[in-house]
Design a protein around this ligand. Structure first.
Ligand code: FDA
Length: 317
């Protein structure tokens, strides 16, 4: 129930306006978002690289309906790619096609993302196409296959283990030789297209992980779920797969203890670092994944309000 409500709120524009105007909201977002500017993202990437982590940088934004906004978002990606290359960071970029014009026009989308793929290819950088809700799954995979067939090899996709179709997609993308990030999926989906029970989503995650590790290319296993990580490590060990043949991926600010532990055990860990002003839907999806984060939010808001004595009392009890 809480998860559903939070995901619905993540798509509500009135709630977005209220939340982003609330005192302390920005401070709060900083737990999961590196800042608002390209330089904030670059600084976070530098810090993570120094701690031995690879990075993927995401300029927050989605569901864009104005061409100028989509062009400006792509321009930010170009600046980001240049800065990563200048600083020789161990980082690539992740983007959402709806931020680039997927809901506007296919030719426009191709042109806008093409600029990013070209610039990234010039500096030998990988571009990940994030996966959004099931309304966009087929179009995102078609877009990926299209640019792959045009000869771009620096582009990969994301598959979600809650989607019933993902096993077929994993085999198809693996046959191309393209890289997949595997995650559980963060949107509210109907039972016709997505598994609803955690056990089913987890079982499918493990099945997909095995296919991607045996048939795929350098998969990113994106989860904070220790059971999924254990299953992956066990499979890698049993099959004699080199630990460098895949990477674990986690979100900025989530399970930093686990990120560090895996790195110390010799696994490659990539941290997904979002930045930008459009943090509201991203933050709400993180709340939905772990409603306990809500208490973190409530405490932070209360701490700045006339009701702050409530926080003190709760912390003392
Ligand atoms: P699960 O939700 O079962 O959580 C397992 C445990 O992890 C929890 O008990 C908690 O300890 C911890 N945890 C998980 N989320 C947390 C949070 N927000 N805060 C604190 N603790 C948390 N989704 C999508 O639909 N499209 C995409 O392109 C991507 N991209 C992506 C990239 C990367 C690098 C990651 C790690 C994740 C994504 N996701 C995504 C999000 C993904 O689909 C999923 O919603 C979250 O990763 C949460 O699922 P877990 O696998 O962590 O397991």
């Amino acid at each position: 129930m809480v998860r559903e409500a939070l995901i619905l709120l993540s798509e509500n524009s009135l709630a977005r306006r209220v939340a982003t105007g609330a005192p302390g909201a920005r401070t709060l977002a900083r737990r999961f978002v590196a800042g608002e500017t390209v330089e904030d993202g670059i600084a976070a990437a530098r810090r993570l690289n120094q701690a031995g982590m690879s990075v993927t940088l995401d300029y927050l934004g989605e569901s864009v309906s104005q061409r100028a906004e989509a062009v400006a978002a792509a321009d930010t990606y170009l600046r980001m790619i240049d800065r990563i290359a200048e600083e020789r960071l161990d980082a690539n970029v992740s983007l959402k096609l709806t931020q680039m014009g997927q809901d506007i026009d296919d030719a426009f989308l191709r042109q806008n993302v093409g600029r990013i793929l070209d610039r990234a290819r010039d500096v030998d950088m990988f571009v990940r196409l994030d996966m959004e809700s099931s309304r966009h799954t087929q179009r995102t995979l078609d877009f990926h296959r299209g640019v792959w067939n045009e000869g771009y090899r620096n582009v990969g996709v994301v598959l979600q283990s809650y989607m019933r179709r993902s096993m077929d997609d994993a085999r198809a993308v693996s046959a191309l030789g393209a890289r997949v990030r595997l995650c559980k999926g963060a949107y509210q989906e109907p039972a016709e297209v997505a598994y609803q029970e955690k056990a089913e989503v987890d079982d499918n995650f493990v099945a997909l992980m095995k296919v991607l590790l045996t048939e795929g290319t350098c998969p990113g296993i994106a989860t904070h779920d220790e059971a999924m990580i254990r299953a992956t490590r066990q499979f890698v060990r049993e099959q004699g797969i080199a630990s460098s043949a895949c990477e674990f991926q986690m979100l900025y600010g989530v399970r930093r203890d686990l990120q560090t532990a895996l790195r110390h055990q010799g696994y490659k860990v990539r941290v997904y670092v979002p930045f930008g002003e459009a943090w509201y839907p991203y933050l709400m999806r993180r709340m939905a994944e772990r409603p306990a984060n809500l208490m973190f939010v409530v405490n932070a808001v209360l701490a700045e309000s006339p009701l702050r004595f409530l926080v003190r009392n709760r912390n003392q009890s």
